[in-house]
Ligand binder design. Structure first.
Ligand code: PLP
Length: 388
């Protein structure tokens, strides 16, 4: 069954998602191979430990890391990685959480890394029973401020985030990790949307790297925990404790394995060229509309694809960037774009998962909204426009 049939059957709003791997919109599209692998898993029984061993071997083979495992999502991966740094593999400690007596109960993170990706990341820490301690300020965290934090007696780990959501001057992960290791403190990196950069993040020396399966990797919802073998074992052991509520499904593990194999076999230069051409083609067409100028922009974290940025001149376009984003999202089908910088007149579109047909729909709607008289009229009406 294709996803459009589900929309028809249940009266669901079809969405054009140019907003990136956005959780409220279903995050990503799996390929047919990954979807078929996950679907096949649903109708069978498995020894779950065998599936986890398979995920471990596949992650090791694809990333070169010592070990890896799959949990429910990256949020779960963060919580369980923090828990692992507190309990090790000790069953009594694992059973005790979120009571932390006798364990290191402080988790350090640079203040600018206390991100909100739909909920505050510090809550992932608190779920274990640990206390997050923010270092520095939103403007940045210096190595000196990190050193002061590391001098505390009860530090379980240092958590850092690799994301375009972080604030302030970047504290380089490799330098922070080296300092943490000198104090005997392990480092966990939340690289949820950074599955293309796993090797780079591991090369910083971080002990565990957490990435989402369902973002660019395109698997069912899953979190991958990758890194030091003893800590990965301790993450797996949490399933007898707080990890019970964060376990991976069989279809997610099988889907992750299929997606990792596809990633390994992908022709990366050809794919990157395709993404660049797609963004350039879209930007060129959108840039011809009145009041809109466009730029192809690189991802600030180093993901290997660009986005199309629209700069809206409201005097010529007849509406502001904010009004344009609002109008796109309330049309039919709703079109979602990245609008964090709308007050500066900027909207950004991520085009990676979109079909040529969807790009045409976006261009036509943009033309209608900025009053381009030469544009063909898109048919209006039908379902949609509902937002919750
Ligand atoms: C998406 C995201 C998460 C959460 O990932 P899930 O797999 O949805 O739990 C955590 N951190 C960052 C920076 C994210 O972008």
């Amino acid at each position: 069954m294709r996803s459009m049939e589900l929309h028809d059957q249940y009266g669901l709003t079809p969405v054009i998602n140019a907003r990136g791997t956005f959780t409220p919109l279903g995050v990503s599209r799996s390929t047919e191979e990954v979807a078929a692998a996950a679907a096949a898993a649903l109708s069978g029984f498995f020894v779950m430990e065998e599936l986890k061993d398979l995920a471990d071997r596949t992650i090791v083979q694809v990333t070169g890391a010592e070990a890896g495992t799959v949990v429910h999502c990256t949020s779960a991966a963060i919580t369980l990685s923090v828990a692992a740094s507190m309990t090790g593999a000790a069953p009594s400690r694992i059973a005790a959480l979120p009571h932390t007596e006798g364990m290191p109960g402080t988790v350090l993170l640079p203040a600018g890394h206390a991100v909100d990706y739909g909920h505050p990341i510090v809550q992932d820490i608190r779920l274990t029973g640990a206390t997050p301690v923010l270092l520095g300020s939103d403007a940045g965290c210096s190595l000196g401020e990190l050193e002061d934090g590391l001098a505390r007696p009860d530090v379980a780990c240092l958590l850092m985030v690799s994301s375009r959501l972080t604030r302030g001057d970047d504290l380089p992960i490799a330098e922070a990790t080296e300092l943490a290791h000198r104090h005997g403190v392990p480092v966990i990196v939340d690289g949820a949307a950074q599955d293309f950069r796993i090797k780079e993040l591991l090369a910083t020396g971080a002990d565990l790297v957490a990435v989402s399966g369902q973002k660019y990797l395109g698997s069912p919802t899953a979190g991958l925990v990758i890194g030091r073998a003893d800590l990965v074992r301790a993450v797996r052991a949490q399933e007898k404790g707080i990890g019970r509520a964060m376990k991976p499904s069989k279809e997610a593990i099988v889907g992750v394995v299929a997606a990792l194999k596809a990633r390994q076999e992908m022709d990366r230069p050809a794919w990157e060229q395709e993404q660049y051409d797609k963004a350039a083609r879209f930007a060129e067409a959108a840039g011809r509309l009145p009041g809109i100028s466009t730029t192809v922009v690189a991802d600030p974290t180093g993901l290997p694809f660009p986005r199309a940025r629209l700069d809206v001149d409201s005097a010529t376009a007849g509406l502001t960037a904010a009004a344009l984003a609002e109008a796109l999202a309330s049309g039919s089908p709703p079109i979602w774009v990245m609008s964090e910088a709308k007050e500066k007149g900027e909207l950004t579109l991520e085009l990676v998962p979109l079909t040529d047909r969807e790009l045409e729909v976006i261009l036509r709607r943009l033309a209608e909204l900025v009053g381009d008289r030469d544009a063909p009229r898109a048919p209006r009406g039908g379902r949609g426009g509902r937002r919750g």
